[in-house]
Ligand binder design. Structure first.
Ligand SMILES: Nc1ncnc2c1ncn2[C@@H]1O[C@H](COP(=O)(O)OP(=O)(O)OP(=O)(O)O)[C@@H](O)[C@H]1O
Ligand SMILES: [Mg+2]
Length: 457
């Protein structure tokens, strides 16, 4: 059902048109003057506008200009009395979609309405496709989007993602940097009934307040210097799909209010626009800020916090699910190898040992970067410890022992490692025994015992 605005100061014509429109199953809105018509359009968008040409005050041509300025895509048809066909032709040149001459048969109106609505749908689709394709150019290869991990924590997360995806609620994804928040947001979209719709991301942290507003809500032509054409906001682009508000903790207070309203009402206005725009969008937000603290310290509105947190998901840091490291490493070799170093088939045991032992403050992203770097330096078909980034190049007697089979038992390897660590601590403590013990986190008496055991002077 389409909304059709009828502007005519003659009641008989107005009601006649409204009647025909209603019989077609559409929704007529009527206005008895040009000014009232433009106002009505501002308050509620119509899919098609029919306006009389000659009216007191604002005439049809002015109405055409005013409405086109608000929405350049809406088709407008001019109704003319006998003898003013020339003006109607003028109006066509100004962008009117069509005109009819009075008196007209309902049949003619019906045909024109149908054609106009087709055109309107086509124009909107094209505009949206253009905006979306502009947006998608920035999107990269998404073949490797699965959430990898076999740990209990990942299994629980995957289950939660599936549940949440099936609902249509607002989701908040929290977690340290690089834990996979964006990946989870995309998974929620892909598994939801909105999968065929767009997934639109906004990085709230990267934009100034004014830019963010126009990015989220769009702007009308002429809203500010430089706004040379109407721009659809990300909320509008995401209609029927999912909007991912990344780094939502960085949104400035004034924008928090506007965001809250858009979320509550699923309705907003473009910058410089008056007509409210309705959308059907599921919002997923994320930030690596501690939002609870932001709220407690007054930087983030509590009402917005609750709005976003309908369902919160928390991603575990990688160091809490180290058992996923081998899977993730293999995944990244498969993902990055073909492009970076296609000869590499996998990781050596020692190299894997180093990856497992590290605490990964940058989480999965840091692991991914480490693998990429290791691929660059790897010689042969395995990543050895030598190819790993510097921060993973620690003392590694134990790991080397695994890589190069030696005639040593596990206790011997461990002793060797312990001896090397003590020597290192000794050097760093410049031979001061109490300091050496402190560095190693053991009692001085325990250090004496070990010094004797390893015959360290
Ligand atoms: N479970 C996972 N399986 C596979 N790849 C993952 C997983 N988690 C994260 N990644 C990869 O790690 C990188 C970082 O993930 P993502 O961008 O989703 O993190 P983030 O939490 O949004 O980080 P930030 O807070 O820094 O924005 C991406 O390349 C992503 O594909
Ligand atoms: Mg992110």
């Amino acid at each position: 059902m389409a909304t059709i605005l009828v502007i005519d100061d003659n009641e008989t014509v107005r009601e006649g048109l409204a009647h025909t429109i209603k019989k077609m199953g559409h929704d007529p809105v009527t206005a008895a003057s040009g000014a009232a018509g433009v106002e009505a359009f501002g308050a509620r968008r119509a899919d098609f506008v029919i306006t009389d040409l000659k009216m007191e005050g604002l005439g049809g041509v002015e109405v055409l200009r005013a409405i086109t300025a608000i929405d350049p895509d809406v088709p407008i048809m001019i109704v003319t009395g006998f003898g003013s066909v020339e003006t109607a032709v003028e109006a066509m040149k100004l962008g009117a979609f069509d005109f009819v001459t009075k008196p007209f048969a309902p049949e003619v109106v019906r045909l024109k309405v149908e054609r106009a609505l087709e055109l309107c749908a086509a124009r909107r689709a094209r505009r949206k496709a253009e905006a979306l394709s502009e947006y998608h150019v920035a999107e990269c290869d998404r073949r490797f989007d699965e959430l990898i991990g076999a740990s209990d924590k990942m299994a629980a997360l995957r289950k939660a993602v599936e549940k949440v995806a099936a609902s249509d609620t607002t989701v908040y994804v929290g977690g340290e940097s690089g834990t996979g928040k964006e990946l989870v947001a995309r998974a929620i979209h892909r598994l939801s009934r909105r999968a065929a719709g767009p997934f639109i991301k906004v990085n709230c942290g990267a934009l100034t307040e004014t830019l963010l507003e126009s990015e989220l809500f769009g702007h009308d032509k002429g809203a500010f210097t430089g706004a040379i054409k109407t721009k659809l906001g990300r909320f509008e682009l995401a209609d029927g799909g999912t909007l991912f508000l990344d780094e939502v903790g960085d949104v400035a207070p004034a924008m928090q209010v506007k965001l809250l309203r858009a979320l509550q009402e699923q309705e907003f206005e473009r910058v410089g626009g008056e007509a409210p725009i309705k959308v059907d969008v599921r919002v997923v937000s994320a930030t690596n800020k501690d939002l609870d603290r932001e709220v407690a310290e007054g930087r983030f509105r509590q009402d917005l916090y609750y709005r976003l947190h309908v369902v919160p998901l928390r991603l575990p840091p990688l160091r809490e699910r180290r058992e996923d490291i081998p899977l993730l490493a293999a995944h990244f070799i498969g993902k990055l190898g073909p492009r970076t170093n296609p000869r590499v088939r996998g990781l050596g045991d020692a190299a894997l040992g180093r990856l497992m032992a590290y605490h990964w403050p940058g989480n999965v992203r840091e692991l991914e970067n480490a693998i990429e770097q290791a691929l660059v330096f790897a010689e042969g078909d395995q990543i050895g410890t030598g190819a790993l980034p510097q921060f993973l190049q620690g003392p590694g007697a134990a790991e080397d022992a695994l890589e190069v089979p030696r005639e040593l038992s596990l206790p011997e390897i461990l002793d060797d490692l312990e001896r090397q660590l003590i020597l290192k601590a000794f050097a760093r403590a410049k031979g001061v025994k109490t300091e050496t013990a402190r560095l190693l986190g053991i009692k001085t008496s325990a250090l004496y015992y070990k010094l004797e055991k390893y015959k360290i002077e």
